[in-house]
Design a protein around this ligand. Structure first.
Ligand code: CO8
Length: 259
């Protein structure tokens, strides 16, 4: 994969995607969003990859959508820009494999929204989160009004969005926005450890579980149960189910193949 603003590395079954435009704090312009879209489309069909880690170069994860690109937009152009971001983030949310955000620094506006489209967020002690949009005279536009309340609850999400205030990593942990806070120098190794743990399990089971969670969150609970039943049943058509249960019964470690 060849990109101008992304660095993609693969190690065993884990791909690490780094947004690399540190001069503008990895702000999301059309080019970066288009590259993210292309990158995650390719990762979807890459059978060698079971888990993805997403991070940023320098002092920002992503400091938001590119304000210099957005400032002159009219309403129709803003709609198209929001759609590009939303479609790209939806691709990440619906990727058939887990995505871990390793939040190294500023995750503001579109950057916070990008982390919210990931399955799990691990933050460096230096991370800063926020939805500063109303301070710029706009609403969140890459999913923040939808994913933030679903993640931290309605009251806290409204407070963060209406006040535009930034929060540090420890507060992000308190409100359930991030799963863990670690020392900056341990961020990537901790994210990698988590990714390796996930990658050591039955890949189809993990993928079906992700699908059931993502789809189920959009549905009423009975529909969610139906989604889970289908996912559960599908596992019984995989080799990994036979292997996982056979290994337990044989008192040995499973050797999953992802089939
Ligand atoms: N867009 C464009 N450029 C940016 C952005 C951004 N979001 N953030 C930082 N930069 C640039 C700065 O302009 C600066 O450029 P230059 O060196 O050319 O002056 C460079 O990055 C470094 O930034 P600072 O000098 O400001 O660095 P500091 O360490 O002093 O401050 C901050 C870091 C606090 C992160 C500060 O840069 C900041 O507040 N950035 C803006 C954060 C923000 O408001 N983000 C939200 C943007 S709106 C958004 O994301 C909406 C998403 C939905 C869009 C829907 C479209 C329709």
């Amino acid at each position: 994969m060849d990109f101008q603003y992304l660095i993609v590395e693969k190690q065993n079954a884990i791909a690490t995607v780094k947004v690399n435009k540190p001069k503008s704090l990895n702000a999301l312009n059309t080019e970066v969003l288009t590259e993210l879209n292309r990158c995650f489309s390719a990762l979807e069909t890459d059978d060698e990859v079971a888990v993805v880690i997403l991070t940023g170069e320098g002092k920002a994860f992503v400091a938001g959508a590119d304000i210099s690109e957005m400032q002159p937009l009219n309403a129709a152009e803003a709609h198209a820009f929001a759609k590009l971001g939303m479609d790209t983030f939806m691709l990440i949310e619906r990727l058939s494999k887990p995505v871990i955000a390793a939040v190294n620094g500023f995750a503001l506006g579109g950057g916070c929204e990008l982390s919210l489209a990931c399955d799990i967020r691990i933050a460096s002690e230096k991370a800063v989160f926020g939805q500063p949009e109303v301070g710029l005279g706009i609403t969140p536009g890459f999913g923040g009004t939808q994913r933030l309340p679903r993640t931290v609850g309605v009251g806290i999400a409204k407070e963060l969005i209406y006040t535009a205030k930034n929060i540090k990593a420890d507060r992000a942990y308190e409100i359930g926005l991030v799963n863990a806070v670690v020392a900056p120098e341990e961020l990537m190794s901790e994210a990698m450890k988590l990714a390796e743990t996930i990658a050591s399990k039955g890949a189809r089971a993990v993928s079906y579980a992700k699908g059931a969670i993502v789809d189920g969150l959009q549905a009423d609970i009975q529909t969610g149960m139906d989604i889970e039943k289908s996912a559960f049943a599908l596992c019984f058509a995989t080799e990994d189910q036979k292997e996982g249960m056979g290994a337990f019964l044989g008192k040995r470690a499973p050797e999953f193949t992802g089939k």
